[in-house]
Design a protein around this ligand. Structure first.
Ligand code: TYM
Length: 334
């Protein structure tokens, strides 16, 4: 790898990717591949921290890869592979399990959300998941990590683990402290049904999200049904912020149209929310439906997708093994 900055990020293959994944992560992945050394991973080992039907998991790994490619990731520019194919992730995760502290993991809010009320029944994997995430990043000595805001706490933990490893094994600056790259306005794309909840694959109602594979018809229906506000569009951000659903639609509109929120408010103040919804529907159809079509097209050629994973794995494995060799030495493993 020639350029110095190393980017790593991952996406779980747990079904349909949505607009939150797209605006919060994937679009950033694509722009970064022009300027930095990028490594993008379909994190299947993370997915199995909650039970996955094995047949669905295989299908979802290929579908997540197809989504990467359809949004513009290029395997000639970025390393693209699936996590379980490079065994260094699991090996480093074990070493980092021994560096990370139980007290640190106990603070992770995502575990509390995902484990629900009966924590005793959550898998151990779900609990130590943030250590695996640190291993993903540190295995490649990544310096930058594009993610949505929901991953910020995990990134902070990765920095703590890197720092403790560097200090425990007396190797100042060995692991760089990875910096999160979080988009400003769409760091947390919210549910279309509840502006206080993030858009998520696991939310029951499909009307809460725009999936990358949604048709124009589905997008139209979902935006029409999306919650907004009953009064007119205000002329200032302070008033808009009182209506989280309306603010969310505005942020999405502003991000995709590349028009600042202030300008959008100037243009639309005094109009009904149906005006925003109709413009947003057109924008989303133009932006998302070509991606969905491309995903379906790519999924018709599974051997092509498998070949991309195989080549990505070979490239990732070379870097992982080089770094692991030094890590094993530092820890005293023979
Ligand atoms: P995952 O698979 O849940 O989500 C993939 C990416 O999409 C972002 N995201 C969102 N961004 C904005 N608004 C939303 N509503 C929204 N929903 C999801 C996520 O922040 C993420 O960037 N633990 C990670 C995967 C992972 C990883 C890593 C990431 C594993 N190892 C190492 C970075 C570095 C996860 O579950 O993402």
């Amino acid at each position: 790898m020639s350029k110095k900055k190393i980017v790593f990020s991952g996406v779980q293959p747990t079904g349909n990717l949505h607009l939150g994944n797209y605006l919060g992560a994937l679009k950033n992945f694509v722009s970064l591949q022009e300027e930095m050394n990028c490594i993008y991973c379909v994190v299947d080992l993370h997915a199995i921290t909650t039970f996955q039907n094995p047949k669905d998991l295989k299908k979802n790994v290929l579908e997540t890869l197809a989504s990467f490619l359809a949004t513009g990731l290029n395997p000639d520019k970025s390393i693209i592979f699936n996590q379980s194919s490079v065994s260094g992730h699991a090996e480093l995760a074990w070493i980092l399990n021994c560096v990370s502290r139980i007290g640190w993991l106990n603070r992770m809010t995502q575990f509390k959300d995902k484990a629900g009320s009966d924590k005793e029944k959550a898998s151990v994997g779900l609990y130590i998941y943030p250590n695996l995430m640190a291993a993903d990043i540190l295995l490649y000595k990544a310096t930058h990590v594009p993610v949505g805001a929901d991953q910020k706490q995990h990134l902070e933990l990765s920095r703590d683990i890197a720092q403790k490893f560097n200090s425990d094994f007396d190797c100042k600056d060995f692991f760089p402290l990875p910096e999160p790259l979080i988009p400003k306005n769409v760091s947390r794309v919210m549910s279309l049904r509840d502006g206080n909840k993030k858009m998520s694959k696991s939310e029951e109602s499909d009307y809460s999200r725009i999936n990358l594979k949604d048709s124009a018809d589905e997008i139209t229906k979902k935006i029409k049904k999306a919650k907004s506000a009953s009064d007119q569009i205000p002329d200032n951000l302070k008033d808009l912020e009182k209506k989280p659903e309306a603010l969310n639609l505005m942020h999405i509109y502003s991000e995709i149209s590349k028009i600042s929120l202030e300008k959008v408010l100037n243009e639309m103040s005094g109009k009904e929310y149906s005006h925003l919804k109709s413009k947003l529907t057109d924008l989303l159809i133009d932006e998302i439906t070509p991606v969905g079509k491309e995903i379906n097209k790519l999924l018709n050629d599974k051997s092509h997708l498998e070949l991309i994973l195989k080549k990505g794995k070979e490239k990732a494995n070379i870097i992982a093994e080089e770094n692991l060799k030094i890590i094993r030495e530092k820890v005293g493993l023979i």
